[in-house]
Design a protein around this ligand. Structure first.
Ligand SMILES: *[C@@H]1O[C@H](CO)[C@@H](O)[C@H](O)[C@H]1NC(C)=O
Ligand SMILES: *[C@@H]1O[C@H](CO)[C@@H](O)[C@H](O)[C@H]1NC(C)=O
Ligand SMILES: *[C@@H]1O[C@H](CO)[C@@H](O)[C@H](O)[C@H]1NC(C)=O
Length: 425
């Protein structure tokens, strides 16, 4: 079982990356998801047995191939959304995902043409995958990071669209951005998108990393029903950052295993989005470097909740070396999740040294009720003496950065009216 990780979006939305992109290359943003390029249809469509609801449909879809450059070649420079200098970016507009359907679970991965996973056993490391529903407004929990210099919008992973649309702080949270942060324009004012820019709303349907964890939108708590509703007109774009550890070029494919209910949204289903608590919600930096010679425990700042709802399926995003995360509501433990290493999968040798990666996290399945005014916080443990960081593909001495996020699905309450599906006459 591989609970999901939405790293990326969380990561990207709450990092300084988006503001930088907004000012520098807003027009290029959607092209990072392949928008404007040729739309690729799946090369494989296969029916699978549903896991959540016997009445649901479940399908495996594969797109590609996409070319990765040899490890020893020159790769694109890191920018706002490309984080690793040795990676290649795979982006494409993709068709073949259902429209007018309620997604219960979606899992994506870099694969072979048959959809089976292509991971570090094959010299392919997935830094992150973002597969976006373009046109669906994001649902995100308004969260404020309680910081020494005031309360800041902690973002949600869905905050990506919001940030680009120039939204201000979440309702109930007063922005008081520190000077010099986020371009220094956030002194209680709304950030404005540059004139003339038209950024459609974006929601993330698949977001993960080398763990290849699924995004489970369906609640496992029988008292809460939830799903990710895809509108009739929505389009889909992929942006993945992938690292080839071999000195020859390589084809990779992208596959999605998706379970969904067709038809208009059932009114008793809560609308979901996602988000993440970052271990450092104040500086908004995501990367840090744990000590190499001992175990270390990190504690986050507090986060103040700005709306009611449920947090479902808490899952860590840790890098190798991470041991666990814990999440607290009003100082009471509501989730403890351990990183699971290796287990046959996710094991390889880089430069002659064994390297085991995180392949899963133990699940937190209980729905956590949150109300406006609640305080959330998290902690994370790292121990680089037990598990090493991902080796750099060119210089094995140099470890990559660490991260600690607790990602979640947010089910919004009260139930928002279902968006009327577009009717074609
Ligand atoms: C899928 O393709 C890969 C690469 O050709 C192969 O190694 C693997 O065994 C195939 N998997 C299945 C289930 O056929
Ligand atoms: C990369 O490695 C391959 C295989 O060792 C070699 O043939 C090629 O010349 C190398 N390329 C560069 C740019 O160093
Ligand atoms: C958490 O603490 C806040 C602030 O004291 C309070 O308003 C809220 O009711 C508490 N929530 C729970 C679930 O105990």
């Amino acid at each position: 079982m591989k609970p999901f990780v939405v790293l990326s979006v969380a990561a990207i939305a709450s990092s300084a990356a988006v503001p930088n992109l907004v000012s520098r290359q807003l027009g290029n943003f959607l092209s990072l998801f392949g928008v404007g390029g040729a739309v690729q249809a799946p090369i494989l469509n296969q029916e699978l047995k549903p896991q959540h609801d016997p009445a649901a449909k479940r399908e495996l879809k594969v797109w590609g191939p996409f070319k990765l450059q040899p490890a020893n070649s020159t790769h694109g420079k890191p920018n706002g959304l490309k984080l690793d200098p040795s990676s290649d970016v795979v982006s494409a507009a993709l068709s073949g995902i259902c429209n007018g359907c309620m997604v219960l679970e979606a899992q994506g991965q870099m694969s072979f043409a048959n959809g089976s996973r292509q991971d570090i056993q094959f010299g392919v490391y997935t830094h992150h995958i973002l597969f976006a529903d373009i046109g669906r407004p994001a649902v995100s929990l308004p969260l404020g990071a309680v910081c020494p210099d005031g309360i800041k919008n902690a973002g949600g992973f869905a905050g990506q669209g919001a940030a680009l649309a120039g939204s201000g702080p979440p309702p109930g949270v007063t922005a008081s951005g520190p000077p010099g942060q986020s371009e220094g324009h956030s002194h209680g004012r709304k950030r404005q998108a540059p004139p003339g820019s038209k950024i459609p709303p974006i929601s993330i349907l698949v977001g993960n990393g080398e763990d290849a964890s699924p995004l489970v939108f369906a609640s496992k708590d029988p008292s809460v029903k939830s799903g990710f509703y895809i509108g009739e007109e929505d389009k889909f774009g992929l942006m993945a950052e992938v690292i080839n550890y071999d000195n020859h070029d390589k084809d990779v494919w992208f596959s999605v295993d998706i379970e969904y209910i067709e038809g208009p949204r059932e009114p008793d289903y809560l609308d979901v989005g996602g988000g993440a608590l970052n271990i450092d919600g104040c500086s908004r930096g995501l990367a840090f470097h744990p000590p190499a010679d001992k175990a270390v425990s990190y504690t986050s700042n507090d986060f103040i909740v700005g709306a009611d709802g449920y947090l479902l399926n808490f899952t860590p995003h840790l890098h190798d070396g991470g041991i666990n995360i814990e999440v607290f509501r009003n100082k009471t433990l509501v989730c403890h999740s351990d990183a699971v290493y290796g287990d046959g999968e996710g094991t390889t040798a880089i430069g002659g040294e064994a390297w085991e990666t995180i392949t899963a996290y133990t699940p937190c399945e209980k729905a956590v009720k949150v109300s406006k005014g609640d305080i959330l916080s998290m902690s994370a443990e790292y121990d680089l003496t037990k598990h090493r960081l991902r080796p750099d593909s060119n210089n094995h001495e140099m470890g990559a950065e660490a991260m600690a996020l607790a990602t979640y699905v947010y089910a919004r309450e009260p139930v928002a009216p279902a968006p009327a599906p577009a009717v074609e006459e």
